[in-house]
Design a protein around this ligand. Structure first.
Ligand code: SAM
Length: 247
């Protein structure tokens, strides 16, 4: 079962940020459509791109996530499928794989399968943009040994609040960060309405590994940024963004 199936209903409460949208919109304006988003989730990026007038396809493996995107907007062409193998029947000028969708691929082979598939679906000279979280060794080291429970955030909701806690364990050999997320939903009177736990694993990927994988998959890497303002990528960057053109 896709990992996001069981947390789809909470996704838009957890992730309502839009600081990355101007970056993807500017890229779409520069490159032109059609645009494909691989791992489109509930349409957080795909829908604003479509609203801006681009012809957008969103590929997503989780049916509940895609169902929520469909409810929010009919202006995106949705494809339920795996980014390693889905075959939308057209090719695109711009491909986006953002907000850690790439890190959901659990091995180098899975990442390469996706990159080759993404390349196949780009027009000659088309551009792929990948954005993932960058982790410092200290952040990952924190997660070795006995896992500590962290309070990640509180989200105030119209009818109460959502709290998230987590524990993480980092397997440095496999580069897998295994997280257990604990959600608690409280009602307007502060009463606990429901709680649940969900496991999520991501594969941490560094700059040079990403560059190498892109080259092996037939891309020329045009730019590496450490943030959405085009900052250089450094050891302290929170984001790793790669722009790579179909060679
Ligand atoms: C962190 S969410 C990001 C969603 C969206 N890009 C955003 O910015 O809000 C990662 C998404 O990638 C999807 N995903 C993970 N593995 C996938 C795969 N192999 N094929 C397609 N989608 C996948 C997940 O189901 C999830 O919706």
């Amino acid at each position: 079962m896709p990992e996001y199936d069981t947390v789809a209903d909470l996704y838009d409460l957890e992730y309502d940020h839009d600081y990355d949208l101007p970056f993807w919109l500017a890229l779409a304006q520069r490159e032109g459509g059609p645009v494909i988003e691989w791992g489109a989730g509930t349409g957080r990026i795909a829908i604003p791109l479509a609203k801006a007038g681009f012809d957008v396809t969103g590929v997503e493996i989780s049916n509940p996530m895609l169902g929520l995107a469909r409810k929010k907007s009919k202006s995106v062409r949705y494809v339920l499928g795996d980014m390693r193998s889905a075959k939308p029947d057209r090719r695109y000028r711009l491909a986006v794989c953002a907000f850690n969708s790439f890190l959901c691929l659990p091995s180098v082979d899975d990442a390469l399968a996706f990159l080759r598939n993404a390349r196949e679906h780009l027009l000659p000279g088309g551009l792929l943009g990948i954005e993932v979280s960058a982790f410092t060794p200290e952040e990952l080291a924190e997660t070795s040994g006995i896992p500590a429970l962290h309070h990640d955030f509180t989200r105030e909701l119209p009818s109460g609040r959502l709290e998230r806690f987590s524990t993480s364990r980092y397997d440095a050999a496999a580069q897998l960060l295994e997280m257990r997320l604990f959600y608690e939903l409280y009602g307007s009177e502060g009463e606990l309405e429901s709680k649940r736990a969900n496991d999520l694993t991501i594969r941490v990927t560094g700059r040079d590994e990403l560059v190498l994988m892109l080259r092996l998959s037939g891309f020329e890497v045009e730019a590496i940024y450490g943030g959405f303002e085009g900052e250089p990528f450094t050891a302290g960057s929170d984001h790793l963004i790669a722009l790579a053109r179909r060679a």
